[in-house]
Structures are given as structure tokens and as C-alpha cells.
Ligand binder design. Sequence first.
Ligand SMILES: NC(=O)c1ccc[n+]([C@@H]2O[C@H](COP(=O)([O-])OP(=O)(O)OC[C@H]3O[C@@H](n4cnc5c(N)ncnc54)[C@H](OP(=O)(O)O)[C@@H]3O)[C@@H](O)[C@H]2O)c1
Length: 358
Amino acid sequence: MDLHSKDSRVNDDFVLPDLKWADATILITGGTGSFGRKMVSILLERYRPRKVIVFSRDELKQFEMQGALDPETAGSVRFFLGDVRDKGRLYRAFHGVDVVIHAAALKQVPAAEYNPLEAILTNVIGGANVIDAAIDAGVKRVVALSTDKAANPINLYGATKLCSDKLFVAGNSYAGGYGTRFAVVRYGNVVGSRGSVVPFFMQYRDGGEIPITDARMTRFWITLERGVEFVLESLYEMQGGEIFVPKIPSMRITDLAEAIAPGCRSKVIGIRPGEKLHEVMITEDDARNALEYRDYYVILPTIDGLGDRVLSEEQSRPCPEGFRYSSDTNDRWLTVEQLRRLVGLRSDGTRRPQAELV
Ligand SMILES: NC(=O)c1ccc[n+]([C@@H]2O[C@H](COP(=O)([O-])OP(=O)(O)OC[C@H]3O[C@@H](n4cnc5c(N)ncnc54)[C@H](OP(=O)(O)O)[C@@H]3O)[C@@H](O)[C@H]2O)c1
């Protein structure tokens, strides 16, 4: 199974049905993160928008990213230092922007448990600020990134992302006649993103023993490239208030350990506080308002007047009663060999030169 779509549905000419790439200004909050950097490189290589703005706090990350840009396209990128907690700064940054992709977040589960207010300020209040600034600046479309941890959350990170999802869905009501539309994209673990299990396992593989939380654990998995494409596809298709969920494969944590450190012993260290055995993207309760398309699901808003998305019999069908999209009951699974390729390793465990680790 190839996680990269061979037939991406991103429109080559138009970012939105009524806006050409060549005329579009796109701002990415958290643009220096794993997702943001991939988004910027794909935008510049494939779609060439008029302007791309990276919005984040740390000047060093921006400086390094700026230095790594291709000189041919670097002229269309602007770097904006700012914090999503600072509404005034967002108002300034969003001036003249057509599309905002909101990726800035605090996302480490243990850090959020120990510093709950910090996670709330960035992920919840920051999200509310993005909504206000987008409406007042006349931004046309906003897509906010969410995570499987937001479905029936058991940790504070997931709970803050659920609050953020709710804010962005309701943002369509606040926008009223202003025309700004908001949608959410929810997906699972990103292969090799900063602070993920891949770099963690990589640290241990030479020592001969890999720490495993629970041998039964499963996770959804998506590549950064597919995540970026899915956000762009959702941006084009959104009408406002949807939570878009891509159909992506699951993996077993034991298979990932075998892929990264073939033959290594594993030591079971127990599930960490705030972790689930399996992740869910659509709960049974969400499924009542969800539609299934060929490559993705859409959870429709339940707020009055927002859920009137036209249901096309040909393209979608309602999810059946009791449906649950969970990493353990998924019908798509990654094999050890596929996992190995995805993390940039050869069959013998040595690194491939083009390893796509970030
Ligand atoms: N990685 C995954 O496995 C995964 C899975 C599902 C969903 N997601 C979601 O995808 C999004 C992007 O994740 P990622 O993996 O790219 O995260 P990341 O690598 O940690 O990047 C986060 C970005 O946000 C910026 N940021 C953090 N706090 C900020 C603030 N207060 N104001 C402005 N910028 C801020 C960071 O830069 P500075 O520190 O310089 O500000 C950085 O650019 C997040 O919303 C995350 O919840 C991630």
C-alpha cells in the first residue's frame, strides 16, 4: 500500500473554486513545523501561489527555513514572527490573506498534561484568535489541523484539540455574512514528525532493545505529503463546518519496532499516562452525522443551518448506525516491509539515502 496518493485531487489551477493559485496569498500558522515545512515546499514546487506567509514564534527556525528555500521560489515567501495567543499580531499578519492553514499547536501529550494552561492558551485561545482575526481580515477559507486524539479525548492535548475543532466549526456561525468559512482536517500519527515514535525507536535500535508500551497497541498512520495533499483537497471542497477525515492505514506498534530494529528485543514498559491502546477518528456518536466518500469521511456540523451539505448519492453515503473508525478495526494495514520503506530504511535495516525523516 502506498501512502502517497497517485491521483491527488488537488486542482492544479485553483486553490479555491473561485481563486487561482497565481492570485492567492496563503498563510500557515506553525509554518516552521513538520507539517508547515512540507506544506510550504509542496506549495512552492507544485502550485506556485502568489505569496506564502509563514507565521510562528521562533526566529531561529524561520531563519533556517528561509536559508533552505530554493532561490527560484524564495521570493514569494514571507516570514512573520508572532504568537497565535497574540490577537493583534494575527490581525496584522492576516491583512490581504486569502487562505489560512492553522497548524500551530502544542502537541506533546506529556507536556500538555504537566502544563495544561499553556496547551489551552495556544491550542484553544490561539484557535479562537485565529477565527476572530480571519473573519475581521476577510480571509476566505480557513482549515485547522486536528488529530485523532481529539475524538473521545483522554488527555489534555486531545481535549484542547476537540475544543479547537468545536470553535472552528462554530466559527462559520460567527462569520455570518462576512463570508469566511472554516473547516477542520483530522488525521492520525504522521510518519516521522518531530517528537514522534519513529525518531524515538531510532535512538534505541543500536542498543539492541526497544521499549514498547503495549504489544497490542495500534495507530493510524499518514505521510506528511498525504497530509498536505488532503488539507489542500479539503480546502477546495469545503463549504464550512466539516471535519474531513482521510481513509488511512493502521500499523501495529510491534511491526514498527520490527521494521526499525529487526531482531531487536522488545521491553514492555506499559502504556503511558494519557495514551490509548487504539486511536479513534470517528466515534459511534460522530458517525450519525458522518458521510463516507471513496477516500475520506466527512463529519458534518450539527449546528443548525450548517449541516446542509448536499448529499450526492453517487459520491457519498451515510455511515451505518454503530460505525466507528478506529485504528484496531481498520481494513487497511501496513506491513513491516511497507513501514520500513516509509521510515526510509532498506530491507536489511540500513538507511536509504533519500530517507524522508523530518
Ligand atoms: N505530528 C503529528 O503526528 C500530527 C498528527 C495529527 C495532527 N497533527 C496536528 O498538525 C499540526 C502541525 O503539527 P506538526 O507535527 O507540524 O507540529 P510541530 O512540528 O510541533 O510544529 C508546530 C508549529 O507550531 C508553531 N507554534 C507553536 N506554538 C505556537 C504559537 N503559540 N504561536 C505560533 N506558532 C506556534 C511552532 O513554531 P514555534 O515554536 O517557532 O512557534 C511550529 O512551527 C498541529 O496542529 C498538530 O496538532 C499532528
